[in-house]
Every structure is written in C-alpha cells, then in structure tokens.
Design a binder for this molecule. Structure first.
Ligand SMILES: Nc1ncnc2c1ncn2[C@@H]1O[C@H](COP(=O)(O)OP(=O)(O)OP(=O)(O)O)[C@@H](O)[C@H]1O
Ligand SMILES: [Mg+2]
Length: 147
C-alpha cells in the first residue's frame, strides 16, 4: 500500500500535493503524524509542505528544540504550522510541556508530529498518519491514512 517514489524531487511533489489537500476541521487542530525510521524523510516532508503552505523562513529539524511554530500567510486555511519532534520525549505526558493540548484545541493550527510512537498514549484521534518506508537510498514509499 502507498505510493513509491524514486527520487527526492518526486517525494517533494507528494508533500506539496498532500499539503494542498488539507483543510481545517471545526473540532480542533489538524494533526498529521509522520512515522518512519531515522532518515526516512519526516523532516523533509514537513519542510516541503511548510514551503508549499507559504512559510518563508527556513524550517529546521526540531530535534533539539522539540517544537517550532511558523506563522502562515494571511488568507491560508491555517494560521500556524506547528512542527514537533517527539523523538526525545519519553511518554505522552511530556507533550504537555509543549502546550500540546492548547495547540490541539485551535482549528487554525496544522500540527506535523514526528515520532508519534513515543507519545502514542497522549495522541487524540482522528489524525492523519503518514508512514514513510525507505526502499533504497533515494526511494521511499509514502502511505497516508486519513483517520
Ligand atoms: N526520495 C527521498 N525522499 C525523502 N528523502 C530523501 C529521498 N532521497 C534522499 N533523501 C534524503 O534522506 C534524508 C531524509 O532526512 P530527514 O531528516 O528528512 O529524515 P527524518 O525522517 O526526519 O529523520 P529523523 O528520524 O532523524 O528525524 C534527507 O537527507 C533527504 O535529502
Ligand atoms: Mg526528522
């Protein structure tokens, strides 16, 4: 299942296409989780989606800062793109220190979360799950589940 791409450029095209299909829900933030081994492309996918949504500043990996919040240009369906890397978190309750519950309540937030497995006990459903599988150095399979 999923779509296999053979180059980084094709992978980025998928991220652009994905970001163009997102629309806010009335119930709260839109949560997109990104799973896959180290180097699968979770950050690259988020960076590409961020650029497509109008983020002009450089989107860096939040490995050390855990969370970064980018403002989206006026007129876009979402106001903020929140990028979280849960790799260094130990349990779901650690998300609280990032203000996660409050971020989740705002329908104008689009949240991309890497390493959801680390905090799975604290994640609400439904979420949009992106699962990246490394096929070879430049090839990836992208599976997207709309929960
Ligand atoms: N087809 C491809 N799709 C995605 N990334 C690719 C592809 N081909 C090569 N790459 C490279 O793989 C690397 C993916 O790194 P990235 O930091 O996005 O992974 P990550 O899943 O966020 O890892 P981590 O778990 O360490 O956060 C990048 O250096 C990217 O250029
Ligand atoms: Mg990453």
């Amino acid at each position: 299942m999923g779509k296999t791409v053979n180059t980084l450029a094709e992978f980025e095209m998928e991220a652009v296409r994905f970001s163009s299909l997102l629309s806010p829900s009335e119930k709260g933030a839109t949560l997109v989780t990104l799973s896959g081994e180290l180097g699968a492309g979770k950050t690259t996918f988020t960076q590409t989606a961020a650029r497509a949504l109008g983020v002009e500043e450089t989107v860096t990996s939040p490995t050390f800062v855990l969370e970064k919040i980018y403002l989206l240009p006026e007129g876009k369906p979402f106001k903020r793109l929140v990028h979280i890397d849960a790799y260094r978190l130990e349990q779901g309750s650690d998300l609280a220190s990032l203000g996660f519950d409050e971020l989740m309540r705002d329908p104008t937030n689009l949240i991309f979360l890497e390493w959801p497995e680390k905090v799975v006990d604290a994640l609400p459903s439904p979420t949009i799950q992106i699962i990246l599988t490394v096929e070879s150095e430049d090839s990836r399979t992208i599976s997207i589940l709309y929960g």
